[in-house]
Design a protein around this ligand. Structure first.
Ligand SMILES: Nc1ncnc2c1ncn2[C@@H]1O[C@H](COP(=O)(O)OP(=O)(O)O)[C@@H](O)[C@H]1O
Ligand SMILES: [Mg+2]
Length: 203
C-alpha cells in the first residue's frame, strides 16, 4: 500500500538533511531496486567493491539473492556492519533500513533469526545508529520491534492486523476506524505516548 515508496522518501530525506551520513538499505524484494543508491549484493561484495568514483557513497542498497550470482544478503550482516561502523573513531551517522523486517524473524514471527538485528534495535539509538523498517505482516514481527520504535507510519491494514496492533499499542479509536479505509500511499502517524494527530499523510 505504498510502504516502500514512503520509506524511500524518508531514507532520502534523512541523508539529504544530514540526519544520516550513510544509509544501509536491505532491498531484495523485487528484481529492480526500489531504493536509490549504490547497489551491492551483500556486505562482502561492498567490502570488495566500495563505492567507486561516480557512485553514491551515502546510500548502499543491498540486493542479494540474484538468480545470476546466487548471493544472498541477511539482516544480520547489515546489522553487524552498522554496529561495527559505530565503533570507529569518527563514525558515520548510520541509518539501517530493512524493507520487510519479516526476513529477520522465524516463521512464527516470535523469534529473531540472529542476535545482531535485535541488538540494532535495542542498542542502536545509544550509539548513533538509527533503524527503520517496513512490514506487511505486523503479526509476524516480534512485539519488541514495535516497543523499540518511536514512530510508526501505519498504512492500510485489514481488521485482523488492526486488532493485533491495537492489542499491542492501544490505538486511538478514530485511528482504528481510519486504518482500513486508507488508500494507496496514505498513512497515519503513530507516536509512542502521544495522542493521534487525526491526520492522513501522503508523500
Ligand atoms: N505516494 C505515492 N505516490 C505515487 N505512487 C505511489 C505512492 N505510493 C506507492 N506508489 C506506487 O504504488 C506501488 C506500490 O507501492 P509500494 O511502496 O511498493 O507498496 P508496498 O511496499 O506497501 O508493498 C508502487 O508502484 C509505487 O511506486
Ligand atoms: Mg514494499
Amino acid at each position: 500500500m505504498g510502504k516502500s515508496y514512503a520509506a524511500r522518501e524518508l531514507v532520502d530525506a534523512a541523508v539529504a538533511g544530514g540526519a544520516a551520513t550513510l544509509a544501509l538499505i536491505l532491498d531484495d524484494k523485487a528484481p529492480a531496486p526500489q531504493y536509490a543508491g549504490t547497489v551491492r549484493a551483500n556486505v562482502d561484495d561492498l567490502r570488495a567493491r566500495p563505492p567507486a568514483e561516480g557512485e553514491d557513497p551515502t546510500r548502499i542498497v543491498f540486493k542479494g539473492h540474484t538468480l545470476r550470482t546466487g548471493q544472498v544478503v541477511t539482516t544480520e550482516e547489515i546489522a553487524k556492519l552498522a554496529l561495527e561502523l559505530a565503533m570507529l573513531p569518527h563514525p558515520p551517522r548510520v541509518l539501517v533500513h530493512i524493507d520487510e523486517l519479516r526476513r529477520a524473524t522465524s516463521p512464527s514471527g516470535r523469534e529473531w533469526r540472529d542476535g545482531s538485528t535485535p541488538r540494532l534495535f535495542s542498542e542502536g539509538g545509544g550509539i548513533g545508529v538509527s533503524a527503520t523498517w517496513t512490514t506487511q505482516t505486523p503479526q509476524r514481527i516480534p512485539a519488541e520491534a514495535f516497543d523499540q520504535s518511536e514512530t510508526l507510519g501505519l498504512f492500510r491494514l485489514d481488521g485482523r492486523a488492526v486488532r493485533y496492533l491495537d492489542d499491542l499499542l492501544f490505538l486511538d479509536r478514530r485511528l482504528v476506524a481510519t486504518l482500513p479505509t486508507l488508500q494507496l500511499g496514505e498513512w497515519a502517524l503513530y507516536r509512542k505516548g502521544e495522542p493521534w494527530d487525526g491526520r492522513v499523510y501522503r508523500f
